[in-house]
Design a protein around this ligand. Structure first.
Ligand code: 4NP
Length: 154
């Protein structure tokens, strides 16, 4: 069983969507027994909250249910998970700024868009929080492309 943690800033917009989409694709592929997925935020402002209504709506429009509650990333997550997938380079830098990380722990941290076939060198899933609801369909597409390729690669 591979344990994957998706990480963004607030754990209410991007990473809950990535968690839900990846789980959905794994289930569709008959591979859900291979993975355990979770998500977390580097920040703690939204701990305990359901995902942003715009993420819930766009996921639902694509047949994906989001069931997470926000939590803050904990240093112990480096040992609990096999793969830690950051949504943007700031999230990754924040994760790698924990002190005394062994190489084995650092190497678990990847970027979501490393798996995006259409990334064209742009490795960030942009923070959609302060934008409008219309930003969430392109966000969904970017996350789905990346999650699909990630599933293939694993
Ligand atoms: P997320 O979006 O990192 O994709 O969950 C954000 C949610 C909340 C905030 C920032 C980004 N915030 O500043 O509260």
């Amino acid at each position: 069983m591979m344990k994957i943690l998706f990480v963004c800033l607030g754990n209410i917009c991007r990473s809950p969507l990535a968690e839900g989409v990846f789980a959905h694709l794994a289930e569709q592929a008959g591979r859900d027994h291979e993975f355990e997925v979770d998500s977390a935020g580097t920040g703690g402002w939204h701990v305990g909250e359901r995902p942003d209504p715009r993420s819930i709506a766009v996921a639902s429009a694509h047949g994906v249910a989001l069931n997470s509650r926000a939590r803050q990333f904990d240093k112990k997550d480096f040992d609990r998970f096999d793969l830690i997938v950051a949504m943007d380079r700031d999230n990754k830098a924040d994760l790698l700024s924990f002190s005394n990380l062994s190489d084995a722990r650092r190497e678990k941290v990847r970027l979501m868009r490393e798996f995006d076939p259409q990334a064209n060198g742009d490795l960030d899933v942009p923070d959609p929080y302060y934008g409008g609801a219309e930003g969430f369909e392109p966000l969904y597409q970017m996350i789905e492309r990346s999650a699909r390729q990630m599933l293939k690669a694993l």
